[in-house]
Design a protein around this ligand. Structure first.
Ligand code: CP3
Length: 346
């Protein structure tokens, strides 16, 4: 297909291992509350789930940061918690409270949940719409949460500081917990395959809480299920790169890179770029890893922080990104400054 030639899409080419003269850039959570045009739509429609299940609106929100900034990648507007919703939990996003899933699975395991896979249909419709709207050079990214991170929300019923309830459950009843992980992994494989079939060109697995696990539990609940998802996706869609983003994995990153089969690896802002460059396979594309607070601060220190990352990864395929999601109080002008800096840097 002429439209998917890597040369015309710098971000996709980078994910396929072809280093670009100017690092392609997108920002995690680039569609969201720091954008006035997002806040306007959110106020009209009232709430995240109403936005995410209205395909026309979700497609528009996906396009907002592309229109405003011309990022090299567009990420589907949805959420990692759509999978628990499709597995049958009730999902709500209370204003200022973060998401809630009921019933929490601590005492229930998976019994009693009535799967509702049709809840994901609007997401697939959003993907199809966006695929028809994107500029030719923009790479379309789908995503899902990784089983461990999604399980921490399903088990506790909400976000938590140290994922303590879920870590305890995983030690106390690894069989029941393994069933939850397997169910999430199965539904994630279907979910990402459908996104690919509707038009995304690469997918990212967000493992936001992988940093809370001991090395043995990391092998079992992060690496193993991630490897299973990656293998299934590669089997069905061999040309579609998978980005793994095990936030907080630190010294476990090389094992994650070697053992999961992920095509590219996302780095959070606590990772030293020079260490990552020396420790990860030489040809492996990396993504990251500017501190979102440096972007809020702006000015010369923003330029210096970005330059340091660009220089450390100058000799390998590198996608410029933040180390985690852009924060709601980020000034638009600082995003513009970062883009200009990255695009003139080499
Ligand atoms: O722009 C993009 O990156 C695409 C959309 C996207 C959202 N969530 C939209 C969203 C993506 C990729 C996510 C991933 C996500 N969601 C993660 C993994 C990355 C991370 O941040 O660690 C996690 C853990 C979630 C779960 C989640 N969703 C939480 C904890 C919250 C509430 C707190 C918060 O940060 O807003 C959400 C809601 C959510 N997801 C919003 C958006 C734009 C905010 C909704 C609103 O209030 O307008």
């Amino acid at each position: 297909m002429a439209t998917s030639l890597p040369a015309s899409k710098p971000l996709l080419a980078t994910l396929k291992g072809v280093r670009q003269p100017i690092a392609p850039i997108w920002l995690m959570r680039q569609a969201g509350r720091y954008l006035p045009e997002y806040r306007t739509l959110r106020a009209e429609k009232g709430g995240f789930l109403a936005l995410a299940t209205d395909s026309e609106t979700a497609a528009e929100i996906t396009m907002q940061p592309i229109r405003r900034f011309g990022f090299d990648g567009a990420i589907l507007f949805s959420d990692i918690l759509m999978v628990p919703w499709a597995l049958g939990q009730a999902l709500s996003f209370g204003a200022g409270e973060g998401p809630a899933l009921t019933p929490a699975l601590v005492d229930h395991a998976l019994t009693g949940l009535q799967p509702a896979p049709e809840r994901l249909d609007p997401v697939y419709a959003t993907v199809a719409r966006v695929a028809g709207m994107l500029p030719a050079g923009t790479t379309f990214l789908g995503f899902a949460g990784s089983p461990w991170t999604v399980a921490t929300y399903m088990v506790a019923g909400h976000g938590s500081r140290d994922q303590g309830e879920t870590r305890r459950f995983a030690y106390a009843d690894p069989r029941a917990f393994g069933e939850i992980i397997d169910a999430i992994a199965d539904s994630t494989i279907t979910y990402l395959s459908r996104q690919i079939e509707e038009g995304v060109e690469a997918v990212q697995l967000f493992d936001s809480w992988s940093g809370s696990l001991s090395p043995a539990q990391f092998e079992r609940w992060v690496i193993a299920p991630t490897a299973r998802i990656v293998a299934a996706l590669h089997d069905r869609h061999p040309d579609v790169p998978v980005i793994g983003f095990p936030k907080g994995a630190g010294g476990k990153l090389p094992a994650y890179a070697r053992e999961t089969g992920a095509d590219a690896i996302g780095l959070d802002e606590t990772v030293d770029p020079a260490w990552a460059h020396a420790s990860l396979p030489a040809d492996m594309p990396v993504q990251g890893n500017l501190d979102p607070l440096a972007l809020i601060a702006g000015g010369d220190s923003l330029d210096a922080a970005a330059t340091r990352i660009l220089e450390a990864f100058a000799d390998r395929p590198h996608i410029f990104n933040l180390g985690h999601g852009i924060l709601p109080d980020t000034p638009i002008a600082h995003v513009e400054r970062l883009l200009a800096h990255v695009r003139r840097a080499r």
